[in-house]
Design a binder for this molecule. Structure first.
Ligand SMILES: [Fe+2]
Ligand SMILES: [Fe+2]
Length: 380
């Protein structure tokens, strides 16, 4: 949110391993530990909490995931592994680092001076989502999702990128930018509405969102355009996440699975809001207007262009049609209906953006199998 800053990190990529370990193994503090932690030892308070704790444990025992719920969890675990893979690539080149920023980090800092922390934090969150979901699946005797055999795509050759196989390709993206217009409109795709691209050129072509080699570090307009491409891709990925979780929640039967979907989905919302603001900084002064002198990719100044559908500081979802056209407009996530959002649609959407260019047919077969199983889930 801030445009200035770059204060030292509260936590950084080195804490990822710790986070994964904690989410997989840590057990919740007992009631005594909670009370001690709060400094509360009064008998009256303890007595008043006892029945509540007992009820909570009873509920936990009877609300475990089965059947369709497991298919839902396996698909969102898949989605989180995909998210983790792409965010790790962003974090290696654009996240928190030591020493002076590389030109990509500098360009991202032009969009927000805290970009490094935000990118690293988003990455840590995705890793925690994936690790938690797979650990939860294992804890209830279900099969976790493992995509390791599909980590075959090449890494960036730019300085800073680790050299290992990837699930996703960030170097030939056709970035969907219709979300930028959708969340500023008063209509909803849940009622059939469709939207133009905010940046038709970015959506129609194939552009890299990370420096592919050190040659991409310049000229200045080129690396800024790469950072701007990333900014719109951040928003595109996270808006997809919140619609997916919102839709899948409506298919879940177990209250514990619903809690998981709402909890993680809420964190995707937190990510999305930041990237809405971040992308908007790429289409206003002082960054825009901007033209990449190497390929002509253009980012207009949307403030000068005018119109509320492109207004950069309109960062919160504008009230729109929800549930019924006869009801008042309401500010919400959209799309969220099970008819407008499903897992197969999410895989097809990601594929259409070029994120999986280079992946094997086996990868798509595996992806579709998980998606179709999740889409068959119905609330019982
Ligand atoms: Fe996530
Ligand atoms: Fe996410």
């Amino acid at each position: 949110m801030s445009k200035h800053g770059s204060t030292p990190a509260a936590y950084d990529a080195s804490s990822i391993a710790t986070t994964e370990t904690n989410s997989a193994t840590a057990s919740p503090p007992g009631r005594r530990g909670l009370l001690q932690g709060l400094g509360l030892a009064g008998a009256a308070l303890s007595a008043s909490l006892l029945p509540v704790g007992a009820r909570a444990q009873d509920v936990t025992r009877t609300r475990k995931a089965t059947g369709g719920d497991i298919a839902i969890l396996r698909f969102v675990a898949y989605a989180e592994l995909v998210e983790s893979d792409l965010w790790q690539q962003y974090a290696e080149l654009g996240g928190l680092g030591t020493g002076s920023p590389n030109p990509y980090q500098a360009a991202l800092n032009n969009l927000d001076g805290d970009s490094g922390q935000y990118i690293t934090s988003n990455t840590i969150d995705e890793l925690s989502h994936a690790a938690f979901l797979n650990a939860y699946l294992a804890s209830i005797g279900a099969e976790p999702v493992n995509l390791d055999k599909f980590r075959t795509l090449p890494s960036s050759q730019a300085t800073g990128a680790q050299q290992n196989g990837r699930l996703t390709n960030l170097m030939q993206l056709s970035v969907d930018t219709s979300w930028y217009v959708r969340y500023r409109s008063t209509s909803s795709p849940d009622f059939g509405a469709t939207y133009p691209q905010a940046l038709p050129q970015l959506a129609a072509g194939q552009f890299t969102a990370i420096p592919r080699t050190d040659d991409d570090f310049g000229p200045t307009d080129h690396i800024q355009a790469i950072a701007n491409t990333a900014a719109f891709h951040f928003g595109s990925i996270e808006q997809g996440g919140i619609s997916l979780y919102g839709s899948m929640a409506q298919r879940a039967s177990s209250s514990e699975v619903l809690e998981i979907l709402l909890g993680i989905g809420g964190d995707e919302v937190a990510h999305f809001l930041e990237w809405v603001d971040f992308a908007g900084n790429g289409v206003q002064r002082p960054v825009a207007p901007l033209t990449d002198s190497t390929n002509g990719l253009h980012f207009p100044n949307f403030v000068a262009t005018g119109g509320s559908l492109l207004q950069p500081n309109l960062i919160f979802p504008v009230p729109a049609t929800f549930i019924s056209a006869n009801l008042p407009l309401c500010a919400t996530v959209r799309p969220i209906s099970t008819t407008a959002v499903d897992a197969v649609g999410v895989v097809n959407f990601l594929k259409s953006t070029g994120l999986f260019i280079g992946q094997s047919p086996d990868f798509f077969t595996f992806s579709m199998k998980l998606a179709e199983q999740a889409d068959r889930a119905r609330r019982r």
